[in-house]
Each structure stands twice: as C-alpha cells, then as structure tokens.
Design a protein around this ligand. Structure first.
Ligand SMILES: [Zn+2]
Length: 67
C-alpha cells in the first residue's frame, strides 16, 4: 500500500485513493483542487488582482482629472 496516493475525504474523513473524484465511503463528490488551496496560495492569487485593481483605479482617476 502506498500512503502517498491516499487522501482524506473532506466530508467523512475516510482514507481514500487520491485519484478518486467521489468518496467510496460516503458517496459525496470531492473537489479536486479547490479544497486543497492553502492560505498562502490564496494570497498568491489575490496579489495580482489587487495590483490590476490599483492600475485600473489609477487610470480612471487620471482621466477624471485630465478632462
Ligand atoms: Zn467521504
């Protein structure tokens, strides 16, 4: 048995094969990657969004004051 290919079901905490999309124990669907996102990964995604937002706000303000 290879432990590295196992994961825990987020619904019933049963040990199931990592490639399973549906838990064989409780029968619920397992989201492949969304549930595995850590806080650091979420911050990494949010950072570029805030930078883009700042640029958009800067452009809007620029056109507001130049007209
Ligand atoms: Zn389960």
């Amino acid at each position: 048995m290879e432990n590295s290919n196992m994961k825990f079901c987020p619904h019933c905490d049963a040990r199931i094969p990592a490639e399973c999309e549906v838990c064989p124990v409780c029968g619920k669907k397992i989201r492949p990657r969304l549930g595995e996102l850590t806080d650091a990964q979420i911050k990494r995604i949010r950072r570029p969004i805030t930078i883009v937002l700042c640029i958009v706000v800067a452009i809007v303000l620029y056109f507001k004051y130049t007209r």
